[in-house]
Design a protein around this ligand. Structure first.
Ligand SMILES: Nc1ncnc2c1ncn2[C@@H]1O[C@H](COP(=O)(O)OP(=O)(O)O)[C@@H](O)[C@H]1O
Ligand SMILES: [Mg+2]
Length: 251
């Protein structure tokens, strides 16, 4: 099993959109895939039209009293299951800090590991923050994909993440940035795409264009390629998946 995460310190940059579309592509490729929605806002769950069955007490989850397998729901798509988020999980972070202090182990990793029996790929959709939760995700994920809108500020937050990796002896090579919401009418976007900054040398090369059809995922409550495979942005996500697949060792 391989675990990947979509992460960025910033919100609204396309983490969830990408996590949902890439998970769909992986599943469509025949890979048994589990998407874990770790953002209490539950956008990925909403886009796949799946709600948590019950409220989850983070403490019970972390102590194993609520088996995480009980939270898994099938989606409408073959090979694709989800652990939906619910608002009660907004305390997961605080609880994780407490329990990890006691246990001295990475509890997110401990929760993910047993899924190796059922899934070949776990996709984590991360909340936009730096916290104990994200630190544990950094250790758990084999690779992390960082959507970046081509602006200086976005690059700066990426640099902060890279610095964090270096300082904490995590391998920055596991970080793969890619451009999202690219608008070629904007000169800064064009410049950044034609001359990508050095820090992106380990990045993916498929840019995801800005396109109104992406918002339709909300109308349909479904992944983009499930209702549109022709638009340039949908094709870009197919290419992005092909690129991501190459970065994974198991496929
Ligand atoms: N390529 C795109 N083109 C246009 N809108 C997009 C694109 N990617 C994402 N969006 C929209 O931007 C908003 C934020 O995207 P989302 O994936 O939820 O970001 P995050 O998870 O990083 O907060 C959503 O309304 C989404 O529909
Ligand atoms: Mg999100």
């Amino acid at each position: 099993m391989e675990t990947i995460a979509f992460f960025n310190l910033k919100g609204g940059v396309g983490k969830t959109t990408s996590a949902v579309n890439i998970a769909w592509h992986a599943a469509n490729d025949g890979i048994p895939t589990l998407l874990w929605d770790l953002d209490p806002q539950g956008a990925a769950s909403w886009l796949l039209n799946k709600k948590a069955k019950n409220k989850t007490a983070p403490k019970k989850l972390l102590k194993g009293k609520t088996p995480i397998g009980d939270l898994v729901r099938e989606t409408d798509y073959d090979n694709l299951d989800i652990i939906p988020s619910d608002f009660s999980l907004r305390h997961l972070d605080r609880q994780l800090a407490l329990e990890s202090e006691k246990d001295k182990q990475n509890l997110i990793n401990k929760l993910v590991e047993p899924f190796g029996e059922r899934y070949a790929l776990v996709v984590l959709d991360c909340p936009p923050s730096f916290s104990v939760l994200t630190e544990q995700i950094f250790e758990t994920a084999d690779s992390l994909y960082i959507p970046i809108i081509p602006t200086h500020l976005s690059l700066r937050t990426f640099e902060q993440t890279r610095e964090f990796f270096k300082q904490n002896k995590l391998k920055p090579k596991r970080l793969h940035a890619f451009f999202t919401m690219v608008d070629r009418r904007r000169s800064l976007h064009r410049v950044m795409l034609s001359h990508p900054p050095k820090m992106l040398k380990n990045g993916l090369t498929t840019p995801i264009p800005y396109a109104a059809v992406v918002e339709k995922m909300g109308d349909h409550q479904s992944p983009l390629p499930a209702f549109d495979q022709r638009s340039p942005v949908s094709r870009a996500y197919a290419d992005l998946w092909a690129e991501i697949k190459q970065t994974l060792s198991e496929f």
